[in-house]
Design a protein around this ligand. Structure first.
Ligand code: FES
Length: 70
C-alpha cells in the first residue's frame, strides 16, 4: 500500500496521491484516479474535485512549520 500524500497547492487545490478513496458523507465512493485534486476554494462545478475555477479568484499560500519550530 502506497503512502497517501496530500499536497497543499499554492492558490489552489489539495492534490492527493497514493492509495486512497474519496467518499461522501454517506460513505459512497467517488470515482478516482491515482492522483486527484480536491477543491478547497468552493468554486468548482465538479466538487469534490477541482475544475480550475480557483484561478484568479482564490488566494491561499500555506507553508508547513517544521515540528521543531512549533
Ligand atoms: S480549488 Fe480548484 S476549483 Fe476550487
Amino acid at each position: 500500500m502506497s503512502k497517501v500524500q496530500i499536497k497543499v497547492m499554492d492558490n489552489g487545490s489539495l492534490r492527493v496521491s497514493g492509495d486512497f478513496e474519496v467518499i461522501d458523507a454517506e460513505g459512497n465512493v467517488f470515482p478516482t484516479k491515482e492522483v486527484v485534486s480536491l477543491c478547497r476554494c468552493g468554486k468548482s462545478a465538479r466538487k469534490p474535485y477541482c475544475d480550475g475555477s480557483h484561478r484568479g479568484v482564490f488566494e491561499s499560500v500555506e507553508r508547513a512549520v517544521p515540528a521543531e519550530e512549533q
